[in-house]
Design a protein around this ligand. Structure first.
Ligand code: SF4
Ligand code: SF4
Length: 433
């Protein structure tokens, strides 16, 4: 994969009229919206945001206030699940952000930082490895812990507050496994491709390894195709649709000749975008059909495992476990039962449902960095619900949510452990360790 891409986003069209027309202003989505619950302001509710999109579509200028209200949206799609009219809010907010992005003139520093993150770092194995090494070093000399402590005491400014959310580096990084194929344990029943993500190769290397082991335990030969890379979800949510399209084409090229039974991801945020590649490349005559074929094979790892005959040879994991839905799994992919049924299948697990489990935790990609204050407010509400369950383990199905809840445990929790559903399965398959 090349180290960077340089694609200018020329998308100027905002939300489509037929999407805007679906909203009947009933307000049934309001209570499902974390920003409305936190602020109680109509303009920070789904209905209010749709109203503002309609104004812009009718010729009103894009103002800083519009940018602020659209920017404060978590794109969690909780409103989509609540809406009886089928308003495709996730698609609309992406369209609105692309429109804003196309018309926004940023300062030189802001443009440089954005370019660095989206067009140099996320798309380059070398850059991610270097960043991971720097992160690891900062942990070893205690810098990250010191910044977290300052943030915890509300000293040292926003950088220290954000340090609460910084992922850890987990060497050896998972990049070294890309291109390898792992055999099924026992009889081979499935042949799957695993997409390892971008940052996850550095910060969730052990989760990726656990995912491969759990799939192997369930009769899967697991290929980790060379040439794969970032899925483009973060680009898409930030209004960089052309960049996301370029990354989608690369992943399709890397996997199209594999003949896999399924393509699997352990990151719900990525899965949601990967399942929408067909829509993303609908206007590309060369890739449209291939993108639809790719998307039809995509499965979240919990969805895949719950859909096959699960290997029940597990050792008990004696713990009270609750589950935090990842928005992009529950609302984006409508996968709610699969992770819960897997948790219930683990012997020894006492599963306790959390109130408002499908309300966003405030992670939302890089939202917790760029909208830190609101993200922390949403997280504090979430942690109240986590604490009332009495669970010692909070399970989820998305690395971003894991980082956010871990920060929540440090700030408001009771020492709970945060784990991905497949990590709990891995523990059950590995003798309960
Ligand atoms: S988005 Fe849906 S639920 Fe919300 S006001 Fe519009 S029609 Fe009603
Ligand atoms: S996507 Fe989430 S934050 Fe945005 S309007 Fe819908 S419910 Fe509110």
């Amino acid at each position: 994969m090349a180290d960077s891409i340089a694609v200018s986003d020329t998308i100027r069209a905002g939300p489509k009229q037929f999407d805007l027309d679906r909203c009947v202003h009933c307000g049934l989505c309001l209570n499902a919206c974390p920003t409305y619950r936190a602020l109680g302001l109509e303009m920070d509710s789904p209905r209010g945001r749709v109203y503002q999109m309609v104004q812009v579509s009718n010729g009103a200028p894009i103002t800083p206030s519009y940018e602020e209200h659209i920017g404060l949206c978590l794109a969690c799609r909780g409103c989509e699940s609540a809406c009886p009219s089928g308003v495709p809010y996730g698609r609309m907010v992406e369209d609105a952000r692309c429109q804003i992005e196309a018309q926004t003139k940023r300062g030189r520093v802001a443009t440089w930082v954005r370019d660095l993150i989206f067009r140099k770092l996320l798309v380059s194995r070398r850059a991610l490895t270097a960043a991971g090494a720097a992160l690891y070093l900062s942990e070893k000399i205690g810098l990250k812990g010191f910044m977290r402590l300052l943030g915890f005491c509300h000293l040292g400014g926003s950088l220290c507050e954000i340090a609460q959310l910084a992922p850890s580096a987990e060497p050896p990084f998972f990049f070294s496994q890309i291109g390898r194929t792992f055999p099924a344990e026992g009889e081979r029943r499935h042949r799957v491709a695993f997409l390892a993500g971008c940052i996850a190769n550095v910060s969730f290397a052990r989760l990726n390894e656990a995912t491969v082991r759990v799939l192997q335990k369930n009769g899967c030969e697991v290929a980790i195709p060379a040439g794969q890379g970032c899925c483009g979800a973060l680009h898409l949510h930030s209004g960089l649709r052309d960049d996301a399209r370029e990354l989608a084409r690369r992943n399709i090229d890397a996997l199209e000749k594999g003949g896999y039974d399924a393509i699997v991801t352990n990151a719900a945020g990525c899965g949601s975008t990967l399942k929408e590649y067909g829509e993303l490349l609908a206007d590309d005559p060369q890739y449209s059909a291939k993108a639809h074929a790719f998307a039809s094979q995509m499965r979240d790892v919990t969805e895949f495992l719950a859909g096959i005959e699960l290997n029940r040879e597990m050792t008990p994991v004696n713990a009270v476990v609750t589950y935090q839905d990842s928005c992009h799994l529950a609302h984006g992919q409508r996968v709610r039962t699969a992770p819960r049924s897997l948790l219930r299948a683990i012997p020894g697990v006492e599963f306790r449902e959390m109130r408002g489990a499908d309300i966003c935790c405030g992670s939302a990609g890089i939202y917790n960095v760029v909208q830190n204050e609101m993200s922390m407010q949403v997280l504090a509400s979430k942690m109240k619900q986590v604490n009332t369950t009495g669970a010692s383990i909070v399970a989820t199905a998305n690395p971003g949510c894991m980082l956010q809840i871990e920060a929540g445990v440090r700030m408001h929790g009771k020492g709970q452990k945060v784990m991905h559903v497949v990590e709990l399965l891995d523990r059950a398959y590995s003798g309960g360790r």
